[in-house]
Design a protein around this ligand. Structure first.
Ligand code: 2RA
Length: 335
């Protein structure tokens, strides 16, 4: 496989290098791309040094099979044609094409087959908070159809990129040393705080992040499910956590749910409250699975089940899911 990474110097770009190596992804040739600012940066991959090339409108993608792209929506829109025109498959981590009807939006555990039909040569990687939610909800959906879900998210600084993670670390240091606190990447100081806003507000009072969870979930699950989300930024470095309240057609027991989660692909059931065993973002960081715990019958809804779901936002929420899409295509000979 000839692989390109676009946006190599970012948090997700760096994770692509780690994930591709960890998973022994078959790579004959690797080309790294970035902005004019990061061009010239050198990264090591499997004991070889690679220099980042500036992304330009030329024929650099002529021999590329798969391009993993994570450089923001405007770069994806501007360069989609350049990347795909010679046949490369663009697996895009931005939100630019997610709701395009000619672009599949894929989480391999849920709708891998959608990746086989890609009229534009683009496959979109969903938003991180959506990915972990649908991996968990799909397990319940197979038992009984989910009519609606309410979700509250607790999203790590990593969702806003590497510089935002640095800002959080620095804020804790600045507070400890009693110096001025730098606030650039978030609307407010995040250290010792929660910020009930991720992305911008829309006319109905929901933020764009919250509406992504509504729209993307319906597309991925091929469902008319109603999703009401409230997304909160929390002072955690790199794993997103979510409380999900699902309402199913028929009541699903805790035992049924646990049995299904314990066998589900990509999921680790961590649910033994008596022994204080439940998922936590500190321990999910750097790991591949979606962790599920605190499974309860919802006492406010006879058809309701409550879940606590934690996953590493940069891994399953971004780089790993994109690499798994590529692995799926190879496995299914759909490339
Ligand atoms: C965030 N979900 O956590 C976003 C990143 N795509 O900010």
């Amino acid at each position: 496989m000839k692989i390109a990474i676009v946006g190599t110097s970012g948090a997700v770009g760096q994770e692509f290098l780690r994930v591709l190596d960890e998973r022994n992804f078959p790579i004959d040739e690797l080309v790294l791309f970035g902005s004019a600012r990061s061009a010239g940066n050198v990264y090591e991959f499997r004991d070889k040094q690679y220099e980042v090339k500036e992304l330009k409108h030329n024929d650099d993608f002529k021999d590329i099979d798969i391009a993993f792209v994570s450089a923001g929506g405007s770069v994806s829109v501007e360069f989609a044609e350049t990347i795909t025109k010679h046949g490369a498959i663009m697996i895009d981590n931005s939100s630019a094409f997610r709701m395009d009807k000619d672009v599949p939006l894929v989480v391999p555990e849920v709708n891998g087959d959608d990746a086989k039909v890609r009229p534009k040569g683009i496959i979109a990687n969903p938003n991180c908070s959506t990915i972990q939610m649908v991996v968990a909800m799909n397990v319940i959906e197979k038992i009984s159809h989910i009519k609606r879900a309410h979700v509250a998210t607790y999203q790590a600084a990593s969702g806003a990129g590497a510089a935002a993670m640095d800002e959080l670390i620095n804020q804790f240091k600045q507070i400890a040393y009693n110096t001025d606190v730098t606030v650039e990447k978030f609307a407010y100081q995040l250290a010792y705080n929660l910020i009930p806003q991720i992305d911008v507000f829309t006319d109905n009072g929901y933020t764009k992040e919250e509406l992504k969870m509504y729209n993307e979930t319906r597309k991925i699950m091929h469902s008319e499910i109603e999703v009401s989300a409230t997304c909160i930024r929390v002072p955690v470095l790199r794993s997103h956590s979510e409380v999900i309240w699902v309402e199913t057609d028929r009541p699903v027991s805790v035992e049924e749910a646990k049995a299904a989660f314990s066998k589900a692909e990509g999921v680790i059931l961590q649910d033994n409250p008596a022994e204080k065993e439940y998922p936590m973002p500190l321990f999910a960081a750097g790991k591949d699975p979606v962790y599920v715990g605190r499974i309860r019958q919802d006492i406010a809804n006879p058809n309701g089940l409550t879940l606590w779901v934690v996953a590493d936002q940069i891994k399953k929420g971004a780089a790993l899911n994109a690499v798994q899409i590529a692995e799926y295509l190879i496995k299914e000979k759909a490339i």
